[in-house]
Design a protein around this ligand. Sequence first.
Ligand SMILES: NC(=O)c1ccc[n+]([C@@H]2O[C@H](COP(=O)([O-])OP(=O)(O)OC[C@H]3O[C@@H](n4cnc5c(N)ncnc54)[C@H](OP(=O)(O)O)[C@@H]3O)[C@@H](O)[C@H]2O)c1
Length: 235
Amino acid sequence: MRTILISGASSGIGLKIAHKQLKEGNRVSVGIRDLESLEGSIIDPRNWPKDQLILNKYDALDKNSSKNWISKTVKSFGSFDTLINSAGILSKVPFLCKDDDLDEIDKTMKINFLAVWELARLSWEYLSSSKNGRIISIVSMSGKRSKGDLAAYSCSKFALMSICQTMRNVGWERGIRVTTICPGWVNTKMAQGVKTIDKLDMSQPEDISEICSTLLKLPKQSVPFEIKINCNLEI
Ligand SMILES: NC(=O)c1ccc[n+]([C@@H]2O[C@H](COP(=O)([O-])OP(=O)(O)OC[C@H]3O[C@@H](n4cnc5c(N)ncnc54)[C@H](OP(=O)(O)O)[C@@H]3O)[C@@H](O)[C@H]2O)c1
């Protein structure tokens, strides 16, 4: 059984991952901004045992959030061995941005990149002591190549990719394995405004939760670092 911290579990990919992990009998500690947002959802806390699912307030923009989430998790579960980073925002700020856009660039870097670094850094002793720790980050194909002009988003995801590679290097001897999942479009709230591809032709959040589930079942000598998922052909 794994004990998993997961961000971004209030919707989309994170919600499906949390649900699947609960169904598979793992313990899950979700970090979300609005504790009431899970009511009526597939991980409504009233429908899951308290010793299997705990909710914690987590805002990637709040400095003390990670520390509080981790310490509450350790208090309830003793420790944890897995961190799944799914919280993220889509920014459309382009390369030729305006002065006014600088705040959004900063916010995008904080949520998509720096907050993951912070969470992983503070989780390190627990992931290490388990000797079989895992970190999975939902990056994006935008962390692999810059397509079009989503400058802020793409920069944040390249930076995330980079820190994940470093985490893999630093964590290897401690038994920590890191995986970056890099999808193209996934049919969630984030992709709602996309008109160039039908929703049913996008990857589905369930597909990503299935991949996570497989990753967590693999032995540490067979965990891939990077999984790229294209829902449409890119040449
Ligand atoms: N959908 C796609 O096409 C796609 C493709 C590639 C990669 N991704 C990545 O996949 C991840 C999940 O996205 P999604 O598609 O599931 O979108 P989503 O449904 O919009 O979910 C985004 C999640 O991030 C959380 N979040 C946003 N700002 C936060 C903050 N300041 N602090 C804590 N949590 C925050 C949201 O919480 P609230 O409910 O509180 O807003 C929500 O749970 C993101 O990292 C995204 O970049 C998505």
